[in-house]
Design a protein around this ligand. Structure first.
Ligand code: ADP
Length: 873
């Protein structure tokens, strides 16, 4: 007969090799248990040798996993479950492991991280926000260190040196944005010593679908500011308001585009008194199209909010403010103008990269998330990443109900409030998801009108700042939480409350009480204070003796008290109090948890379907963690944004009746089917968009890669004679190291072009180079290497500066031509092929221009040196 885990794995479709390896790892448990910490470290040193002679060897993987598992038990009190070991093996193999919320992905990551760290090339663990990176690093630091691995954290605001230090660690926790921008900054350094990143070896992305799919089309852009007169935006808005929809222009909501008609263009020419609306100096057409897009497609509190007199974009998938992100090509400024806030300067990109291209640079890439299966095709086609669904450790008990569909939003909200009220009076926690801030606020008010005080979590400042705590409190008795998509990822919702958060928050408030107020928080409400009064008084006296700043620093730098490794006496005291209180309240929390389980667990209500099923699944997935009971409903209406934006016509026959009850019978069947199909259609549309835009992006990224490769070669020269000799051959090396980065055709094509670039290098310049080489050798002989090196460094900086300026102009020209290339369709040509051809041609000229620039600068430098020498003699 099959054992329980065997049954689970055989049903899940996980290849049997993983099951067998997992068994081997578990079998080693008894022998590794006998080793002390030092002996385990010694084994790790042996494994490092094994890794270097034979990476990814099955036996070494098994040994490394079993050692990590044992150390996790000793240092964290957590032993990887069988499912977690299998998840770790899948990740170690460079695949995507779909593991449901609460299955312990943070711990799973330690298994492949420790194995791949044996390489010494650095492991990057990427999370979607800083809070998670910091939390995970803190939590796992002790485990990694005990195995002999160093662990680092790279976060916002760090100086270069700190970044270098942290990236040099065996394992580095950071966010996708930090990593991407560090890469872009590394490309434009003017001294090798400033480079922060090293190898792109093994990378594990947490919430991989969020990074590689949801954010795939939003490139990271490193930019300069440009001066554009603000009045242009005002004029454009005025002009846009003179245009009549469907006469002067038509709208394409799916792609958020505006198409001008002939009569529209004529009217604009008249308004702006110009015959050329596309004049590169003042391209009025772009300004007006942006004004129209700002007016019709971008709405306040849905697509953005206004904070500190600035437009802040709301990320459609996470519901969070997308910090520092701006819409490009003047759209952001058009929206600023529409909202009458200060118009920010437009920017000019120095370099940019999309997450897909960035992460493809890793030799081994893997990822984990609760929701990947529905995007399996995309992961496979774009990244060559297989998705394996890891079974849950305990069977899933959540009940996912069929959608309830109403005609109007009003009727929908009424039903939602009714269900919330019912649950609230029973004490059962409810989490309500909305897709817009506006909806979250409407619901918040409706619930308050029923004398219930919900927690509100949306991108507005103040709400978002306490996100983790709010989510942690969503599992409390009697809690009602209304959240935009942002509650979908990150913090664990535990029935009865997440004690780590509640208690950390409580002690924080207690300590801060020295500075201002009396503690009043959810932990007290849940667990009461009576038992701890004396203890708290003593503690209160104790912390009074510490400088306020050290207390503030402590709380600012920790995720939660439990995960923080104590260093100072204050840390130890706080930790001691934490554990006394935690132990004392454990039974109470277990009682509450049991009660909530009896009530059916966390109830999740979605109030609108999202453009992607994955995001809907994320919301549902907040309930039913680790075998808990749970329930989810989607209560939607035909007036919802999604249905109205993408295909309002199919729902028209069911509208206008003002019915207050939900649809049923044949109507329900037809509607439910139509909505599902629509969602699938939208997913396909987005997928196709990503595919086509990535093909275009790839071309520019390829040129970028080659330019910066060229630039790096230049940076590597410390002296001029060698540079002169090798300058020509710089171009031969322009082909990327990792051929897989680009589609084969493009790669082959570019390869042949590189040879052409070399041949085209003029003879004239060659003899010039030779001449310069002789002078440089003489200079070195007379003045010594260090003098020449210092001189070269000055010239090198000036060359790099000028080269980068030329690169910015070039890349701007290339990306602009992408927008016009669409017209080639009319000329019966394939736009992508045309674009590639054009780019390669321009790139060739560009490189020639750079070569001339370098020769000129270096020769001039030598002449200057000669003059300098002349003066000396
Ligand atoms: P996920 O990211 O998959 O949602 P987390 O990594 O946040 O899950 O873990 C959820 C909870 O499960 C945490 O409180 C963690 O301590 C606990 N947990 C994870 N693995 C184990 C284990 N092997 N044994 C006991 N508890 C575990």
């Amino acid at each position: 007969m099959l054992s329980k885990p065997q049954k689970i794995f055989s049903k899940s479709g996980i290849p049997s090799k993983y099951y067998e390896m997992m068994q081997n790892i578990l079998e080693l448990e008894d022998s590794v248990k006998k080793l002390d910490d030092n002996q385990i470290q010694a084994k790790i040193v042996e494994l490092k040798k094994e890794y270097n002679s034979k990476p990814d060897n099955k036996n070494s993987v098994v040994k490394s996993f079993s050692l990590t598992r044992e150390m996790a038990w000793r240092k964290l009190g957590l032993k990887h479950f069988e499912t977690q070991v299998v998840g770790g093996l899948v990740l170690n193999d460079g695949k995507i492991a779909e593991m449901k919320t609460g299955e312990g992905k943070t711990l799973v990551a330690t298994l492949p991280a420790c194995y791949q760290a044996l390489s010494g090339k650095g492991v990057h663990i990427v999370t979607v926000n800083e809070y998670l990176a910091k939390r995970d690093k803190e939590l796992l630091q002790n485990l990694y260190n005990s195995l002999g691995f160093s662990v680092g954290l790279v976060s916002e605001g760090m100086e270069n040196q700190e970044r270098q230090y942290n990236y040099a660690c065996d394992i580095t926790y950071t966010t996708n944005a930090e990593l991407g921008f560090d890469y872009l900054r590394d490309l434009i350094i003017d001294s090798k010593n400033n480079r922060v990143l090293r190898d792109f070896y093994y990378c594990l992305i947490d919430e991989v679908d969020s990074v590689l799919i949801d954010e795939a089309q939003t490139p990271l852009i490193l930019s300069n500011n440009l001066e554009i007169p603000g009045e242009r935006y005002t004029k454009a808005i005025w002009a846009a308001n003179q245009l009549v929809p469907n006469r002067h222009f038509s709208l394409k909501p799916r792609t958020k585009q505006v198409v001008m008609s002939e009569s529209g263009l004529d009217l604009l020419k008249e308004i702006f008194q110009t015959s050329n609306l596309y004049d590169p100096k003042t391209p009025w057409i772009g300004f007006v199209e942006n004004a129209l897009r700002a007016k019709f497609f971008f709405q306040k509190d849905q697509d953005y909010i206004i904070q500190n007199n600035e437009i802040q974009i709301i990320d459609k998938f996470t519901g969070r403010i997308a910090k520092g992100r701006k819409w490009s090509n003047g759209l952001h400024q058009a929206i600023e103008c529409k909202e009458n806030v200060q118009i920010s300067g437009e920017t000019q990109a120095i370099n940019s990269i999309t997450y897909p291209s960035f992460f493809k640079m890793y030799e081994k890439l893997s990822g984990m998330t609760g929701t990947a299966k529905t995007s399996e095709k995309e992961f496979q086609q774009f990244y060559g990443l297989d998705v394996l669904v890891i079974p849950t450790n305990n069977p899933m008990k959540r009940i996912d109900h069929k959608d309830i569909i109403f005609e109007t939003k009003k009727a929908k909200f009424k039903k939602v409030v009714e269900i919330i009220q019912n649950s609230y009076w029973q004490g059962r926690p409810v989490l309500v998801g909305t897709t817009t801030i506006e909806d979250s606020e409407i619901l918040n008010q409706m619930i308050r009108d029923c004398n219930i005080s919900p927690q509100l979590l949306n991108a507005r400042p103040g709400n978002a700042d306490i996100e983790s705590l709010t989510v942690a409190e969503s599992g409390l008795l009697n809690s009602v939480t209304i959240a935009t998509n942002m509650a979908g990822r990150g913090t664990d919702i535990i029935l009865g409350g997440n004690i780590k958060f509640l208690l950390t928050d409580f002690i924080k408030e207690l300590v801060y009480g020295i500075i201002n107020l009396i503690p009043q928080n959810n932990y007290m409400i849940t667990c009461g204070l009576a038992d701890f009064e004396d203890l708290l008084k003593d503690f209160y006296q104790l912390v009074k003796n510490y400088p306020i700043q050290s207390i503030l620093n402590y709380f600012e730098n920790i995720g939660d008290i439990e995960s923080h490794v104590p260093q100072t006496t204050l840390d130890f005291k706080i930790r001691e109090l934490y554990f006394i209180m935690k132990n004392a309240s454990t039974n109470k929390l277990i009682d509450i948890k049991n009660l909530i389980q009896k009530l059916g667990g966390l109830l999740v209500i979605g109030t609108s379907r999202h453009e992607s099923r994955r995001i809907d699944d994320q919301l549902r997935g907040r309930s039913g963690r680790q075998g808990d009971p749970g329930e989810s409903y989607f209560i939607i209406s035909l007036e919802d944004e999604l249905l109205q934006t993408y295909n309002p016509n199919i729902f028209k026959p069911f509208q206008g009746l003002n019915r207050t009850d939900s649809f049923s019978g044949a109507d329900y069947f037809a509607l439910s089917r139509a909505i599902n199909l629509l969602q699938e259609d939208i997913e396909k549309l987005f997928y196709e968009n990503r595919k086509s835009s990535s093909s275009f992006e790839e071309v520019l990224e390829y040129q970028q890669y080659r330019y910066f490769f060229f630039r790096n070669c230049l940076l590597d020269y410390e002296d001029t004679p060698n540079l002169f000799l090798n300058l020509c051959s710089l171009t031969t090396n322009l082909t990327p190291i990792n051929n897989n980065l680009y589609s084969d055709n493009l790669f082959a094509y570019a390869n042949s072009l590189d040879n052409l670039i070399l041949k085209n290098f003029s003879l004239n310049s060659q003899s010039f180079l030779y001449f310069s080489y002789i002078i440089a050798l003489n200079l070195r002989f007379i003045y010594g290497t260090s003098f020449i090196k210092a001189f070269w460094r000055i010239v090198q900086k000036s060359i790099l500066l000028e080269m980068d300026e030329k690169w910015v102009e070039f890349s701007e020209r290339i990306s602009l031509s992408k927008d016009t290339i669409g017209l080639q369709v009319y000329a019966q040509k394939d736009p992508l092929q045309e674009y590639k051809r054009k780019c390669e041609q321009e790139f060739r000229n560009f490189i020639l221009e750079l070569q001339k620039l370098i020769v000129k600068k270096v020769v001039l430098m030598n002449l200057h040196s000669l003059i300098f020498l002349g003066f000396r003699f």
